[in-house]
Design a protein around this ligand. Sequence first.
Ligand code: AKB
Length: 340
Amino acid sequence: MSTRAVLITGANGEIGHGLVSRLTEKHPDIHIVAIDVHPLSKALQDQCHEVIVGDVLDSTMIDRLAAFYDFSSIYHLAAILSTKAEREPVLGHRVNVDGTLGLLELAARQARATGENVKFLFPSSIAAYGLPDVATKMRAGKVKENEWLDARTMYGINKKYCEDLGRYYNWYYRQIDPQPTAAHVDFRAIRFPGLISAITMPTGGTSDYGPEMMHNAAAGKPYDCFVPESATLPFMTMPDAINALLQLEETPAKNLTQVVYNIGAFSVSARDFYDVIKEAFPEAVVNFKPDVLRQKIVDSWPANVDDSWARKEWGWQPEYDFVRAFREYLIPAVKERYRT
Ligand code: AKB
């Protein structure tokens, strides 16, 4: 008899940390199966039904999961982010694409076996967009889901391709089978902006300069910011990002006309980060030392996104704007985290 459960890959990552806790808070009886290449903290382990330290590319491990569990939802968070994927593009492609394909196949197999759709929540990214230069970027304003899709990083190209894989599994999977299955993968993707967590430090991303500046200031460490003061991206707090995933998962499929949704909260410059962080940590030492190669990636990502589809179809609404984010959540929480 298989156990009904929810699968979270990349459970020890930035989103994964918060998602495990939010899910167990909302559904105390939930069975979470967590996978990560790194061990989870004891506190996170205690919130999970099973924890597997493993690689999503391990097909033997995936087959075992299929045998023991019926997953109602899969949150596939495991990924190699943009900067790390530029340094190791083949690894990025293997994890971001082959890993996702393996999890989509798991979901499809389970849907066939149980006759029930399996929801597949996928964190895409603003990296799926590609604008040619800063002037165009700033003129473009709020970018819609079907605009400027000239991704120019391995990570962004991976995310965009996996969105197409998701459409295939949703609507066209094994379309020439004489007996198509009644149930299928119910793929739902969010193109996340830069995310700021007070709990975890980001690794391997290109939008990391925002959270890195905050964490280093709170830890009393000098920080060399790798983008110029003018660099502008959409950001949101991690609690808002996690709430968005849960909100999208809970939305009845009949309400959704898209597979991929933008969500946004605030569009800010690196200087905006500096000003709010210096106000909270007057002793903070922040030097702007642009890495022109990483800066070019940030310059190709939109300054802001149009999230009207998400607001209209599943009630997306950020809890935190920029000022509230720092005043009510980030600064108090990060001070507590580094309180000596
Ligand atoms: C990254 O910088 O790679 C990620 C992202 C914007 O998707 N944080």
